[in-house]
Design a protein around this ligand. Structure first.
Ligand SMILES: Nc1ncnc2c1ncn2[C@@H]1O[C@H](COP(=O)(O)OP(=O)(O)O)[C@@H](O)[C@H]1O
Ligand SMILES: C[C@@](O)(CCOP(=O)(O)OP(=O)(O)O)CC(=O)O
Length: 194
């Protein structure tokens, strides 16, 4: 099926265990699956990597420990692909998207954002999900050299003017309020424009 031209693309980034998947799942629920879809740039990467290495794709896509065993190697594998073609995973990830709003849950590099800015200049918005190190630790994060100090985690620490910064500390009690007044109301307006 041909990819539909989106009205709005919400590009999320944030450190490991900041809650990118949690926050984007919440937005997906609020807007509903007819209006929006979640796009994971790591989706096609993990799919190919799982196939090549005989791994469990479901586990690799989930929030558990499993993916951590393979993260460093997946990053390397993905970087080789991106060097050849920076838009490789972006193009695969959006392929066939039918909804008017796309929620990209895992932008990590300027090249990811640049691809969307170039292809969809008027629709793209950037959002940062932030949580303190203490919160991230409570969620299972541990600093790992070679991962937490590498581009995959730090590529968007500077040089991006975020449209929204979402604070997701603790149980995220301020989350609903932050979303409702900003991003969700704009997304709902866009969805109605049709
Ligand atoms: N606001 C929140 N309330 C409760 N649990 C949360 C919240 N945000 C994140 N989590 C949990 O913390 C863990 C890491 O979140 P996740 O969304 O997978 O982070 P990321 O995708 O940024 O690595 C998951 O188990 C998730 O359910
Ligand atoms: C190789 C990766 O795509 C793995 C990403 O896995 P997730 O997106 O599941 O990671 P977090 O949600 O931040 O924990 C990273 C990359 O550099 O492309």
């Amino acid at each position: 099926m041909a990819t539909v031209e989106p009205k709005l693309i919400l590009l999320f980034s944030g450190k490991r265990k900041s809650g990118k998947d949690y926050v984007t799942d919440l937005i997906h629920q609020r807007l509903g699956p007819d209006v929006c879809c979640i796009v994971r740039l790591s989706g096609p990467l993990k799919q190919q990597y799982a196939q090549d290495h005989g791994l469990d794709l479901g586990e690799l896509m989930g929030p558990g420990e499993y993916k951590e065993k393979y993260r460093a190697d997946m990053i390397q594998w993905g970087e080789n692909q991106r060097e050849k073609d920076p838009g490789f995973f972006c193009r695969l990830a959006i392929k066939g998207a039918q909804q008017l709003i796309w929620i990209v849950s895992d932008a990590r590099r300027l090249s990811d954002l640049q691809w969307f800015w170039r292809e969809y200049p008027s629709q793209s918005r950037c959002i940062r999900v932030e949580a303190s190190e203490e919160t991230r630790r409570e969620r299972g994060w541990e600093f790992t050299a070679g991962i937490d100090d590498a581009e995959s985690e730090c590529g968007l620490d500077q040089g991006v003017n975020f449209d929204w910064i979402i604070k997701n500390d603790g149980d995220g009690s301020q989350l609903e309020e932050q979303l409702a007044t900003g991003l969700l109301s704009i997304a709902k307006e866009k969805a109605k424009e049709n």
